[in-house]
Design a protein around this ligand. Structure first.
Ligand code: 3PG
Length: 210
């Protein structure tokens, strides 16, 4: 069985957060990221064609792990699973979302921001958490403070990550990987700048390996 911990391990260093407007570009985008060394993608359910895009990537590139992001309504877990999503990501963690994640049996990365939210997620049985939003140096400090009280909990900081602060997060022992849109921003996708996207992915991977 695939766990969220497995997903985050394969996602290291970066889980690209994708906002796909044109489902017809999804497979080319995923190919570019894969060429750059990325094995795990998050397709956010923020656009009308997101599920279609997710399904297309899943079908064309079985070597990738594909998840649904911005899951904010319970019903979206089932929709995402039916489209082929292998995991789900949410910006927060509520009772209702946790129950829905349980019901579909899909690995889920709930979002947290505060110690009480971390405790709520732990009580629900989650040990891999999205830290959202990641606010630069302040979040680096917070994650350092989380290390002792929340031992064994692994974080994926997302929201505000760029090539410039990627390493300060990845160096923290409780950071599994980081997430973000900077690898494949909508502007580059719209421009079909596949080489540039592959290069951003490769640069992030190289930086993390250095
Ligand atoms: C997310 O949904 O995880 C965030 O919107 C990504 O934030 P970013 O655009 O700052 O990477």
């Amino acid at each position: 069985v695939l766990t969220m911990d497995d997903v985050l391990k394969r996602a290291r260093p970066v889980l690209p957060v994708l906002v796909i407007e044109d489902a017809g570009l999804a497979v080319d985008l995923a190919r570019a990221l894969y060429a750059g060394g990325i094995e795990v993608l998050e397709v956010t359910l923020r656009t009308p064609r997101a599920l279609e895009a997710l399904a297309a990537i899943r079908q064309a590139l079985p070597e990738l792990l594909v998840g649904a992001g911005t899951v904010i309504h319970a019903g979206q877990f089932r929709e995402a699973q039916e489209a082929g999503a292998q995991f789900a990501v949410s910006p927060g963690c509520t009772e209702r979302l946790a129950d829905a994640a349980d019901a579909v049996g899909m690995p889920w990365l709930p979002g947290v921001m505060t110690p009480s939210e971390v405790l709520f997620a732990i009580e629900k049985g989650y040990r891999s958490l999205k830290l959202f939003p990641a606010n630069g140096e302040a979040s680096v400090k917070m994650l350092k403070s989380f290390k002792e009280p929340f031992s064994g909990i692994r974080f994926c900081p997302t929201g505000g990550i760029t090539a410039d602060n990627l390493l300060t997060f990845l160096r923290l022992p409780n950071v599994a990987c980081v997430g973000g849109t900077w690898i494949a921003p909508s502007s580059l996708v719209r421009a079909r700048a596949w080489d540039q996207i592959a290069q951003r992915a490769a640069e992030a991977c190289a930086l993390a390996a250095s």
